[in-house]
Structures are given as structure tokens and as C-alpha cells.
Design a protein around this ligand. Structure first.
Ligand SMILES: *[C@@H]1O[C@H](CO)[C@@H](O)[C@H](O)[C@H]1NC(C)=O
Ligand SMILES: *[C@@H]1O[C@H](CO)[C@@H](O)[C@H](O)[C@H]1NC(C)=O
Ligand SMILES: *[C@@H]1O[C@H](CO)[C@@H](O)[C@H](O)[C@H]1NC(C)=O
Ligand SMILES: *[C@@H]1O[C@H](CO)[C@@H](O)[C@H](O)[C@H]1NC(C)=O
Ligand SMILES: *[C@@H]1O[C@H](CO)[C@@H](O)[C@H](O)[C@H]1NC(C)=O
Ligand SMILES: *[C@@H]1O[C@H](CO)[C@@H](O)[C@H](O)[C@H]1NC(C)=O
Ligand SMILES: *[C@@H]1O[C@H](CO)[C@@H](O)[C@H](O)[C@H]1NC(C)=O
Ligand SMILES: *[C@@H]1O[C@H](CO)[C@@H](O)[C@H](O)[C@H]1NC(C)=O
Length: 677
């Protein structure tokens, strides 16, 4: 029994302690503390809990531990102050943003309805404990442990930082209900990274470090088998997601059992519901249980660029603007800024991502120094401070894509990126691996999109040129750019567009790095529904037209891994055989190597042999018989995706007929319509 003295003492200890268990849950800071409307006021939540404490209806007779209520600073003699009716760890566990001594651990603990079906009282906090161990059996003393609260304010998500860990070490962790400690979550595996000063050949205990790289996972488009293959069938140490982790749209997934719930996302409820549904995919859940994730969003309010909304930029998207008319977004009346806030908040609640800077609202760009082996630099080339993109109706973008005063990254991020590259070189890191959302090289996709994709770096040429200039001028070697967003595979040497004087596409001489752009986990291909043979014929055309592009593949969904050691980076592309049902059936479609110091793909590219797609200069198994079918598919795809204007249709028709000639002659196609990735 608590004495009144103890209660008074606890009350006098007061507020600081009182909110400690709320503040320990980083989800309440989602995504930043300095904007009151956006992060949660944990003092107000604490006050609400105290005020409403006596409402809890659950039977208190089994509640014996008075530690929590006393510590929490209230007199709760009529009822247990914490939720004691049982919790459900509905979405297993996850971890992310590791460094050499800490990791974020994530779970979701939802109060269970009573057997009579009474909805749980949500006015009291749910207390969750965590423990992290250096062994899979969870035996001995935990390396770190603690407790934190969650509540409906954060959708019952819980994100804590485990600290005091050893570098380059594997860990296992589990959550439990503080009140009924036999209720536990599944066990998650995770790991720390090397200390920044660890010599390159000692990172990961001297073994190569493997990153699995994903983008564009649309629930209604298919099963997330790629995550499962990475978790079960590769030795991935870290899972990297380059954006479009969720999609805001509805689509039609019913025929494969993947209909999404709700409506096109606009409110916090919508975003949470969508994240909730995505995380029911067994392969995705397994991948989150298997290792730490490092993610960037593409777009937060809707999500291809879809975590937020389609084709987003800093003040709008293709279907909502920050203008008076833009606020009349059909589903909800939400302005883009409101959608963005809701999308960002839900993302921070559900993803094990750190808050990078409390004073910078939307910053997720950040750097991981992984020993002297590499810097993993994650950029935000979508939301942060992006000048206007191609919103389908504003055809002006093609004509202004070369303006020097347009920025993709925003000045602050661009300056930070240059400095980060320089610092990485200066500190002697062997590799600079840059995770970002959109395709970097100049990519003439006339055959597919009717032009360049000005929603990618091709719409921000001056910004791209400044980056390439910086790499060349400062002799920043061993830079690998990773890209998502395009739903197809593109592997290229990095060089200035159109500069085949400095750069030789055959030998790779004169390049300054390599781009590995990966296809979607599930989202539809820009190649439409072409068979793999026909898609390879189109790929062959594209590798012929684009000097830097060495491999193109557009049929299969999948992901790729990078296996990094001080002398070599090996990229393995994985293709999923069928995403219409949950399976782990995949094959390696191509394997590339980049040797340290060479700044280009090793020749012969991919060992001269791939199992899907087309290598530059290599004949693909195509025959004149399939050309007609390619042309008709492309025509159908163009007609379907092009804006329904007469001009676009006629451009598609022109494209199709020139396409036939170009496949025959190996030259060119002309079209002018543009479509969404
Ligand atoms: C726990 O959550 C899972 C996933 O939402 C659900 O299938 C299960 O029925 C829940 N269990 C209880 C006891 O509520
Ligand atoms: C992938 O992993 C699963 C689960 O462990 C296993 O059953 C399957 O055989 C593996 N596939 C390959 C190709 O190794
Ligand atoms: C956004 O603004 C543009 C330019 O004023 C307008 O054409 C477009 O219809 C607007 N979009 C929405 C969804 O209001
Ligand atoms: C951006 O540059 C273009 C081309 O030089 C110029 O026409 C335009 O006025 C500039 N815009 C601003 C806001 O400076
Ligand atoms: C490369 O040349 C093409 C064709 O002249 C042009 O459209 C494109 O803008 C050039 N690229 C750059 C980055 O200048
Ligand atoms: C993929 O699996 C579905 C069943 O889920 C099947 O109907 C379809 O034929 C399969 N596709 C291929 C290409 O094997
Ligand atoms: C390419 O690899 C495949 C599969 O490993 C093999 O069957 C084929 O013979 C190889 N072709 C060449 C030209 O090496
Ligand atoms: C893009 O490629 C097409 C052939 O597909 C060609 O006709 C066109 O000139 C190219 N565009 C540029 C700007 O180089």
C-alpha cells in the first residue's frame, strides 16, 4: 500500500519524471518537437491521463505493483493507472537507423478488447518494456532495457532507442507488457554498425557488408516477396528503402487478395490505416524482424513520391496544391501541407527512423559513417526543398529543366551533400554510397515515356551537373549512386551527359562512379505488360541510345544487394518470378562488380552475361516476329497512360510507328507525351 507520504513525494518530484515514460517513446516526437501542432505535448497527455485515470473499467484486483502509478505521480487508489487489460503486439517488431552504439527499436502494442467485447478504455497509457540481448536465446543480463508508454495519440506505436551497444554486433530484442510481462512480442534480430574509425578491412569483422536495396512497394500491385527473399535467401546486413514504401492511391488489388482499405490518403487516420495494412504482409514483417532498416521517403503525403502524394515537390503534388484551389482536394478538402503533415507524422510513427534535426522540420537526409569502409549518405530528392516538378498539367517543365536556378535538393541539402562527400574522402572512407530516390543519369526514355523523365534528375539538369562537377573537380572517387522510383533496372557508369569525349561507353574510361537504379518491389513497370523477351528488345534499344546506360531490364519486379568490401562492390539484381501470390521464388538476373579506384563498372559488364534485360552492345534474343507485338503493346501502353488528349494519342501513334523502324534500324523513336512512373 502506498502511504500518502509516498504519493505526495511522487507528486513533488513532479512533472519532469512524470512525462519521462512518454518521452522515452520517440513516436511522441513525431516527427519533431519544435512545431507544437505536429509533435505531441506529452505534458498535456500526462495531465489527461491523470484526469481520466479513474475511468479505467478493467478489474484492478490482479494489479499488485504500485511502482508505476507512484512513479508516475498520481493517486490512483481506485484503479490501476496503467492499462492492465492485456496488449496485442499486432505488427511484430522492427529496428532501424543503427550506429556503432545504438539502434531504434519499434513495436505496436494495442490494448485488447475484453472478452465481453467492451472497447478498451483508451484514456490510460499502455506501458511496454523492452530488452535487448547479445544472444538469440535472450539469456543472461540484457545489454539494455527499459520501459516506455504508448497511447492512441501515436496509434499505439512505440519507438525506443537502445543504447550502450557494442559496434558491429548482432543483437536480439523483445518487448513485453509491463503489467502482464508474460505477454511478449516476437523476437527481432538487429545489429550495430562499425565505429567510424574502424579500418576498412575490419568492418563487419572483416567480412563484406551487404545492403539489400528496395523501392516502390505498392500493396495492391502484388505480394512483397522481394523483402522475403532478401530476408530468407540473402545475407543482407542492412535493409535500405529508397522510397514509395506505401502508396496513397487505391488501385485495384482485389483479384490477388490485395485490395487496400480506406480511400486516397489525406488524414492522419488514412495514413496510419495504410501503414497498418502494409505491415500485415508476411514478407515485409519478416524483413523488419530480420535486421535494421535505413529508409528515405519519396513523397510523404501521398507516396510515388507516394508516401505523400504523386509527383510531389515542396508545395504541392500532381493532385493537390497549396493554392486556394489546391485545397479543394477531392477526397477531404485537405491542402497539400495538411496531407504532408499527416503523411510525415504517420511515417515517423510507423518507421524506425530517427529524427535528424529538431530544428529542421522535414529533414531526413542523413549520413552513416560505417567504419572506413563507406559512408552511406541518404538524400531526400523528393520532399525537402524541391522546385516544381512535372505535374502532368504543367507542360513547361521540359523547357525549364535546364535553368540554373532550379534545385532538386534545396540549397541547404546540396551544400551538406558536397561537404559530406568531401568529408568522407578526407576521413579516408573507401566508398561513398548515396541512397536517393530518383534516376540520376540522363535517360532518354522516348521509347517508353515519350521523352525524358523530368520528374527525375533529368528535370533538374543544373543541380545534377553541379554534383558531377564536384565529383570530377575534387577527384571524389568510388561514388555509387543508388536510385529507386522508376520501377525498372538501370545500371550505368556516371559521367556528364552527352560527354563521350571524356567518357568512353565501351571501356568505361573517364567515368566518375556508377549508378545502380533498382526496379520496384511490386509497382508496375514503365515497360507495361511486355513479355520478358519483348521487354528485353526495348531494353536493347535503350542501352543503344543512352551512352552511360550499360544494362536495362524492365520486366521483373525485385530488388538488389550490394556486397561491399575494401576492394570491390558486387551488385546482385534479384528478379521475382511471380508476385501474384506470396512466395520466395526468385533468380539473379545480373551481377556487376565495381573495383575500388576504377570509378566504372568492371568490364566485361556483368561478366558479359545476364539472365534478363539487355547489356549494351549485346544482341538480345529478339526476332522480327516479335517486333510487331512490341509495337502493339507499346501503343496500348502509351494510349492507356498518356493523358487522354488527341495530341498525346497521336504522339503515341507516332512513337509506335517510329518505334517499329527504330527496332529494325536500331536508331530512334520520336514522341512527346509524358507519363507517370
Ligand atoms: C492481435 O492482432 C492480430 C493482428 O491484428 C489479430 O489477428 C489477432 O486476432 C489479435 N489478437 C487479439 C487477442 O486481439
Ligand atoms: C529461401 O528461403 C526459404 C526459407 O528459408 C527456403 O525454404 C528456400 O529454399 C530458399 N530458397 C533458395 C533458392 O535458397
Ligand atoms: C493546382 O494548380 C494548378 C495551377 O493553378 C491547377 O491547374 C491545378 O488544377 C491545381 N490542382 C488542383 C488539384 O487543384
Ligand atoms: C531562373 O532562370 C531563368 C533562366 O535564366 C530566368 O528566366 C528566370 O527568371 C529565373 N527565375 C528566377 C526566380 O530567378
Ligand atoms: C544532351 O543532348 C540532348 C540532345 O541535344 C539534349 O536534349 C540534352 O538536353 C543534353 N543534355 C544536357 C544535360 O545538356
Ligand atoms: C502466378 O501465380 C498465379 C496464382 O497466384 C497464377 O495464376 C499465375 O499463372 C502465375 N503466373 C506465372 C507467370 O506463373
Ligand atoms: C550465361 O549464363 C547462363 C546461365 O548461367 C548460361 O546458361 C549461359 O551459357 C551463359 N552464356 C554465356 C554466353 O556465357
Ligand atoms: C531520344 O531518343 C530518341 C530515340 O528513341 C531520339 O529520336 C531523340 O532524338 C532522343 N532525344 C534526344 C534529346 O537526344
Amino acid at each position: 500500500m502506498r502511504s500518502s507520504f509516498a504519493v505526495a513525494f511522487a507528486a513533488a518530484l513532479g512533472y519532469v519524471q512524470a512525462t519521462e515514460l512518454l518521452d522515452r517513446n520517440l513516436a511522441y516526437r513525431s516527427p519533431f518537437l519544435d512545431v507544437p501542432d505536429f509533435s505531441h505535448d506529452t505534458r498535456a497527455i500526462q495531465a489527461r491521463h491523470i484526469e481520466l485515470a479513474k475511468r479505467q473499467t478493467v478489474d484492478a484486483s490482479g494489479f499488485s505493483d504500485d511502482h508505476y502509478p507512484t512513479f508516475y505521480g498520481g493517486d490512483f487508489s481506485n484503479a490501476p493507472f496503467l492499462w492492465s487489460g492485456g496488449v496485442n503486439f499486432t505488427h511484430s517488431v522492427a529496428s532501424g537507423d543503427p550506429d556503432d552504439s545504438s539502434i531504434l527499436l519499434w513495436t505496436r502494442a494495442v490494448p485488447i478488447a475484453s472478452s465481453s467485447g467492451t472497447v478498451p478504455d483508451q484514456s490510460v497509457p499502455v506501458c511496454v518494456s523492452f530488452k535487448i540481448f547479445d544472444n538469440q536465446k535472450l539469456s543472461g543480463r540484457p545489454v539494455d532495457s527499459g520501459e516506455a508508454f504508448t497511447s492512441y495519440d501515436v496509434d499505439f506505436t512505440l519507438k525506443v532507442e537502445a543504447t550502450g551497444l557494442k559496434p558491429d554486433t548482432k543483437y536480439w530484442f523483445q518487448f513485453a507488457d509491463c503489467i502482464n510481462p508474460t505477454t511478449v512480442s516476437p523476437v527481432g534480430a538487429t545489429r550495430t554498425l562499425s565505429h567510424p574509425d574502424t579500418p576498412a578491412d575490419q568492418v563487419n569483422g572483416g567480412k563484406p557488408l551487404t545492403l539489400a536495396v528496395f523501392s516502390c512497394s505498392q500493396f495492391q500491385a502484388g505480394y512483397f516477396n522481394a523483402y522475403g527473399v532478401a530476408a530468407h535467401n540473402t545475407s543482407a546486413d542492412v535493409f535500405v528503402h529508397l522510397g514509395d514504401y506505401i502508396y496513397e492511391s487505391l488501385g485495384s488489388g482485389a483479384k490477388i487478395g490485395r485490395q487496400v482499405l480506406g480511400r486516397e490518403l489525406a488524414t492522419i487516420f488514412d495514413y496510419r490505416q495504410r501503414l497498418n495494412q502494409y505491415r500485415t504482409d508476411v514478407s515485409l514483417r519478416t524483413a523488419h524482424e530480420t535486421g535494421p532498416w535505413i529508409t528515405v521517403w519519396v513523397c510523404i503525403a501521398l507516396s510515388d513520391d507516394h508516401e505523400v502524394a504523386d509527383q510531389s515537390w515542396k508545395a504541392g503534388t500532381a493532385n493537390s496544391n497549396d493554392s486556394t484551389t489546391g485545397c479543394k482536394f477531392s477526397a477531404s478538402g485537405a491542402c497539400f501541407t495538411d496531407r504532408k503533415m499527416a503523411g510525415v507524422r504517420a511515417y515517423h510513427e510507423w518507421m524506425p527512423i530517427r529524427q535528424v534535426a529538431v530544428d529542421d522540420k522535414l529533414r531526413i537526409w542523413r549520413n552513416f559513417q560505417i567504419g572506413k569502409l563507406l559512408d552511406l549518405t541518404m538524400l531526400d530528392t523528393r520532399q525537402y526543398d524541391r522546385d516544381i516538378t512535372d505535374l502532368y498539367y504543367n507542360t513547361v517543365i521540359q523547357s525549364i529543366s535546364g535553368f540554373n536556378n532550379r534545385s532538386l535538393m534545396g540549397a541547404a541539402q546540396e551544400q551538406w551533400f558536397s561537404q559530406t562527400l568531401d568529408q568522407s574522402k578526407k576521413r579516408g572512407a573507401v566508398w561513398r554510397i548515396v541512397g536517393q530516390q530518383i534516376v540520376f543519369i540522363q535517360l532518354n526514355e522516348t521509347a517508353l515515356l515519350g521523352g525524358f523523365d523530368v520528374d527525375a534528375w533529368d528535370g533538374y539538369k543544373a543541380n545534377r551537373q553541379r554534383i558531377l562537377d564536384h565529383l570530377y573537380a575534387n577527384k571524389v572517387s568510388n561514388t555509387l549512386i543508388l536510385s529507386g522510383d522508376s520501377h525498372a533496372n538501370w545500371v550505368s557508369d556516371l559521367a556528364h551527359p552527352n560527354d563521350t569525349t571524356t567518357y568512353d561507353p565501351v571501356s568505361g574510361k573517364g567515368a566518375i562512379g556508377v549508378e545502380f537504379a533498382g526496379t520496384a518491389v511490386t509497382s508496375g513497370s514503365p515497360f507495361g505488360s511486355l513479355s520478358s523477351t519483348d521487354a528485353d528488345a526495348v531494353s536493347s534499344l535503350l542501352t543503344g541510345i543512352n551512352p552511360d546506360l550499360q544494362w536495362s531490364e524492365g520486366h521483373f519486379r525485385g530488388f538488389f544487394t550490394l556486397t561491399i568490401d575494401p576492394h570491390n562492390v558486387k551488385a546482385t539484381y534479384y528478379a521475382m518470378r511471380n508476385i501474384s501470390n506470396a512466395n520466395l521464388d526468385s533468380f539473379a538476373s545480373a551481377v556487376f562488380n565495381v573495383k575500388a579506384g576504377e570509378n566504372k563498372l568492371s568490364r566485361p559488364v556483368a561478366g558479359g552475361n545476364v539472365t534478363a534485360g539487355a547489356l549494351k552492345g549485346k544482341a538480345v534474343p529478339s526476332a522480327s516476329a516479335i517486333i510487331a507485338s512490341i509495337v502493339s503493346s507499346v501503343t496500348a501502353a502509351e494510349a492507356e497512360s498518356a493523358t487522354a488528349t488527341a495530341a498525346a494519342s497521336s504522339a503515341a501513334a507516332t512513337a509506335a510507328s517510329s518505334f517499329a523502324n527504330s527496332v529494325v534500324s536500331g536508331t530512334s523513336i520520336v514522341a512527346s507525351s509524358s507519363t507517370a512512373a
